[in-house]
Design a protein around this ligand. Sequence first.
Ligand SMILES: Cc1ncc(COP(=O)(O)O)c(C=O)c1O
Length: 500
Amino acid sequence: MVERRPSQPIEPAVYALSTPGRRGYRPPALDVPTRPVEELIPEELRRDKPPALPEIDEPTLVRHYVRLSQLNHNVDIGFYPLGSCTMKYNPKVADAVAELPGPGALHPLLPPEMLQGALAILAELESMLGAITGMDRYTLQPAAGAQGEFTAIKMIRAHHKANGNPRKVLLVADSAHGTNPASGTMCSYDVVEVASDERGNIDPAALKEKLNEDVAALMLTNPSTLGLFEEHILEVAELVHSVGGQLYYDGANLNALLGRIRPGDMGFDAVHLNLHKTFGTPHGGGGPGSGPVGVKGHLAPYLPVPTIEPTQEPDGGWTLNWDRPESIGKLNAFLGHFLVNLRAWTYIRHHGLEGLRRVSENAVLNANYLMALVKDILPPAYERTCMHEFVASAKGLKEGAGVSALDLSKRIIDYGFHPPTNYFPLIVPEAWMIEPTETETRETLEAFAEALRTIITKEVPEDPELLHGAPWTAPVRRVDEVRAVRELDVKWPEEGPEAG
Ligand SMILES: Cc1ncc(COP(=O)(O)O)c(C=O)c1O
């Protein structure tokens, strides 16, 4: 008998737990003289009435937030094979270092003389990322992969402009992540897609047709978002460079190549990395990220200010250089997300080159093992050895039994797994994009494959409604995704604080 009841009730909003007079916290006594509020805040900025803050005792509050934290699936609870997102287990040592009182309490407005330790770490991180990717210089400012793309394309634009013509067109692969065309558009380029061939590579013949001296750059990730290594990458680099274009590496998939091959050696001129995937910080959940950009020497003059440079002092040290006339400007507040960068530094130091090589080795091994376990029930879109992830297609299930990739995703939740990415990349019908990552054990992969086998070989033929109605046990059932977009409402009704 299949359980068709949520395993945990949905949690009320914190305002619903409020009882007048309850307290969970008392601020410490003031250590400065008291002054009337009228002296401190001008009348037009003062509230008419006190804010309607919830009044709650400490245990109720702690339990509320612990229950809330348990409503979300996360990588510390279970398997999270969300393709293209590298939801791997992040070693706690990186958190421990980021929580040390020294780095954690650094004030971002401290002058460089008082930030020497932090600057030394950032400079070392820049050079380690340079060694890992084969790039000459880095900026650690961008706060996410998407912002890294924007930064790098702006630099590429500045490079072309300095050569007399910013150019008009940015090429992206048809399997590209949505942020690639968005970054191109934000940098005023016309974005043009290049088709993939029947093996999932970017098609050199299709590329040749699109290439001319209006092309500023081609954005590519390798392995692609199909989880496949670009077999013609050297030829692609040569073609793009032959018209004076730049080759841009979306490094969100670096997990597949860490410590083995480098985008710089494949001919890429600029890269961004998602430190909040590959290097010790979780991806998603709205937390801070970091999308450093690395470039070859000819693009270095355009790096955002300030850059971190060695001082000319005899005893060494680091300084911030704002005097860079060709820079695209300041990109982000302060020096970027310092603690995310510190986690990445810790992660790299902790693993060393040998450890990083094992990361990519196991990421690729796990993806190929899982693909082999499920390929008879959910065929891969391309019959090739995959890299760190693979894309399967539920097209056959949809046409045969009327069960879609979305239904599969919803049902796998009832087995305690986070669903893979579905419907991406767009070129694969009914796509299921699975990225197991290197941190999962063989037992976890086998349990996931077994659950999928039960769903596809037993539940689909016997009771397809079980899939159409899933998830049954999650606190939130199927949501109306269209309504969420069309009628976005992020305010809690009635119980919420009134605007004061
Ligand atoms: C291939 C690829 N490129 C770019 C990005 C954008 O990164 P971010 O989410 O940090 O903006 C992602 C994110 O998942 C990605 O998978």
